[in-house]
Design a protein around this ligand. Structure first.
Ligand code: SF4
Length: 360
């Protein structure tokens, strides 16, 4: 099994009952697509996200109705709620008062010092952090003037500008994102940010696109950053159902050994030796294990020639044989099962192993 790349050292920052930073964990988050003041629709979407494995959820807060809705939403969900605010400090104060677990606001955009102080004091009183969201597309005018166009150095300078405002008020519960839709720019910006300060980093490639292309683009960018040991929480931004963002994030973190509570499917690519309908079986098994919260590795292989040996690291698996399947564990065949029942047999064994792992 490959070793994980340990996270660079960052401060731990509490968000509700979770901690971002200070460990190897990368917390998965997403953002709702509903109108936040439509509490019923927002809660329903958050519940679907929770079930998919979302650990923190963010809602937009463009007006007071949305800020006041935080209370009712919070009462009905189980994961920390982040409220996304642009400029308006009053909305931030209402959201904090109504139970936000974290706010996303750039202190440099709030305006007069008294307003910034009011927000910071409210966060201090409730013990909630602030995420500074640096975005290549909306850098401050003086930074664009200095660098000519959005650069990684300009993004880091912007982050440090907002950080200083908070630090001057003795506020350190800070998380920073350095989003860009250009993958290379994002990689450079996050790499430089990790060297420039030790606040936890929220990873994301912004406006990455539709399900397929956005997944590829986000995985390419975030993969490069994660491989450097950078990043403490991530959001995959897709023009799709946000549940898809969670699926992609889980899969990406699994690929780096960074998801300690998710099962993985190993499936062969198939070739001329195939003996079973592998693609539909693989999809069925993948769906079945998607809700498991243990690091079980399951393999589904088209034939027994290279099968069990190819998937030695799997805890359990099946390999197709003519008219039957071979059930194997850790590379060793344990028994033969008829083709018609092999998926059910595999599921039963998966349940047993998952239960054992949960009880360990
Ligand atoms: Fe081909 Fe068998 Fe390997 Fe699948 S497991 S790729 S069917 S040899």
């Amino acid at each position: 099994m490959s070793e994980i790349t340990h996270r660079t050292k960052t401060r731990p920052v509490k968000v509700g009952d979770l901690t971002i930073g200070g460990s190897d964990e990368v917390v998965i988050q997403s953002m709702t697509t509903t109108k936040t003041h439509d509490v019923e629709a927002t809660v329903a979407e958050i519940k679907r996200l929770e079930e998919a494995g979302c650990q923190i959820v963010r809602v937009a807060c463009p007006n007071e109705e949305d800020a006041y809705a935080i209370k009712d939403i919070k009462a009905q969900i189980n994961i920390p709620l982040v409220v996304d605010i642009h400029f308006n400090y009053k909305l931030a104060l209402i959201a904090i008062e109504n139970g936000a677990d974290k706010i996303r606001i750039n202190p440099g955009n709030i305006g007069r010092r008294e307003k910034v102080e009011a927000v910071v004091n409210a966060c201090k009183a409730k013990g909630i952090p602030i995420r500074i969201g640096v975005n290549a597309g909306s850098l401050e005018k003086h930074i664009i003037k200095k660098y000519g166009y959005p650069t990684a150095d300009g993004m880091v300078e912007s982050a440090l500008h907002h950080i200083k405002i908070l630090e001057d008020l003795d506020f350190h519960d800070i998380i920073v994102s350095m989003k860009a839709s250009d993958v290379n720019l994002a990689i450079e910006a996050y790499t430089k940010a990790a060297k420039a300060f030790d606040y936890p980093l929220h990873l994301g490639i912004t406006e990455s696109g539709t399900l397929f292309n956005g997944t590829v683009k986000s995985s390419a960018g975030l993969g490069a950053i994660l491989a450097l040991g950078i990043g403490n929480t991530c959001r995959i931004s897709l023009s799709a159902d946000p549940v898809e963002e969670i699926k992609v994030a889980k899969s990406l973190l699994k690929a780096f050994g960074l998801a300690s509570n998710a099962a993985t499917l190993i499936a062969c690519p198939t070739c001329g030796r195939i003996e079973i309908d592998l693609i539909s079986i693989a999809n069925e098994v993948e769906e079945y294990i998607s809700k498991l919260q243990v690091p079980l590795k399951v393999a589904v292989l088209g034939c027994a020639v290279n099968g069990p040996g190819e998937a030695r690291e799997a805890d359990i698996g099946i390999a197709g044989a003519r008219g039957e399947g071979l059930l194997f564990m850790k590379g060793k065949t344990v028994r033969k099962v008829p083709e018609e029942t092999m998926v059910d047999e595999l599921k039963k064994e998966i349940d047993k192993l998952a239960l054992e792992m949960e009880q360990d």
